[in-house]
Every structure is written in C-alpha cells, then in structure tokens.
Ligand binder design. Structure first.
Ligand SMILES: CC(C)(COP(=O)(O)OP(=O)(O)OC[C@H]1O[C@@H](n2cnc3c(N)ncnc32)[C@H](O)[C@@H]1OP(=O)(O)O)[C@@H](O)C(=O)NCCC(=O)NCCS
Length: 173
C-alpha cells in the first residue's frame, strides 16, 4: 500500500497481523468510546482476535486484509477489509478506527485514501460497509468520503440488550 499525496511523513501504513495483536489491543482500549457505542462494553482479547481472523460465512482468512497506521511503534489507526464480499469485485470494510487523540485531524480521510488507492490497484469496482444506526459520527465520516445509502443491513443482535439497526453504505470506484 502506498501513502497518498499529502500523507504525514511521520506515519507509516502497512499490513498488520497477529504480531500486532498487542498494538491492536492498546488501540481498541483507547477507542473504548466506539466499543461502548456499538456493543455496550469495552473491547477485550476477543475483539482483537475477531478483527484479525473473523470472516463472513463461506469466507476464509485468505480474503481478509488488515492494515494499520503507525506513529513510530504505536498503532494509531486500523482497518479490516474483505475481498469479493458480498459480491465479486466488491471490497467490504469490516472495521475502521482512528485513535481518539488523532481524530478530526484528517487521518481518517488520509488512511481511507490510501485504502481507496489500494482497492483500485486490486481492480475493485465498489466498496461497501455496514454502519450501526447509533454511530451518527461514523456515518457522517463515510458520507464525507463519498459513500451513499445502499440498503438496510442485518441488525446486530449478539452481545447487545436489544437489536441494533444497521445500514449498508456503498461507494462505486
Ligand atoms: C469515524 C472516524 C474514523 C473519523 O476519523 P477522523 O480521523 O476523525 O476523520 P477526518 O478528520 O479525516 O475527517 C474526514 C471527514 O469526515 C468528517 N467527519 C469525521 N468524523 C465526523 C463526525 N464524527 N461527525 C461528522 N463528520 C465527521 C470530517 O468533517 C471530515 O470532513 P472533510 O474532510 O470534508 O472536512 C473516527 O472518528 C473513528 O475512528 N471513530 C470510531 C470508529 C468509527 O466510528 N468508525 C467508522 C464507523 S464503521
């Protein structure tokens, strides 16, 4: 993956894997606001493991591509992406997180632009993702990235007191 134009040269973007579990755990702890919002509890080892391995039905880890942004040794943003999901030539962004201290500085946009260029290199035709209804700020971010409403998604039912509606957003490349 290449850093886009205007990228902060003090940051590095690269694939992440199980060797980065500690960094992910620390990032997730700093992003407790997000996990409280979407699952009503902070993240633990299970969420780190899910991020690195959890795949949609009928998919394997071969279709899962995780990337991180590092400031020195510290992981400051992370994204998980599925190839050809739910359809061929569509990439699905599973999770996309920026640490709270760096939000509002353009890092989310810069990281997404790096991913976007990489998806183009993979000959993707579309990017999709699901956003939870209570995550209004997350939705605004994706709309700022050019995403549009595609359809209602499957409500989240696991680990929450009542079903949380979701929405699938799409961006055609
Ligand atoms: C959503 C998130 C990734 C945004 O990252 P960020 O680094 O703060 O975003 P940026 O500073 O690059 O902002 C990019 C654009 O999105 C908009 N935006 C970002 N967060 C927003 C918010 N909470 N409300 C409204 N607009 C927002 C900005 O106004 C900006 O627009 P502009 O470039 O046209 O001026 C970050 O807040 C985050 O990690 N949140 C928790 C996890 C999450 O919700 N992920 C996405 C849902 S799946």
């Amino acid at each position: 993956m290449h850093a886009p134009e205007g990228w902060d040269p003090s940051l590095q973007v690269r694939p992440i894997d199980a060797d980065d579990a500690e960094g992910l755990s620390s990032l997730f702890a700093r992003c407790a606001d997000y996990f409280e919002l979407v699952q009503g509890a902070p993240a633990g080892d299970e969420e780190v493991d899910d991020f690195l391995t959890d795949c949609p039905e009928d998919r394997t880890e071969d279709d899962l591509y995780c990337f991180g942004v590092f400031a020195g040794d510290e992981l400051v943003a992370a994204a998980s992406n599925f190839k050809d999901f739910p359809d061929p030539d569509t990439w699905w962004i599973g999770m996309f997180l920026v640490e709270p201290d760096r939000r509002g500085t353009g890092l989310g946009r810069a990281f997404f632009e790096a991913l976007y260029d990489w998806f183009l290199d993979q000959r993707a035709l579309e990017i999709q993702l699901g956003v939870l209804e209570p995550n209004e700020g997350g939705r605004e971010f994706w709309v700022a990235m050019g995403f549009e409403h595609l359809r209602p998604g499957r409500p989240v039912v696991e680990g929450v007191p009542r079903p949380v509606p979701t929405e699938v957003l799409s961006l055609r490349l």
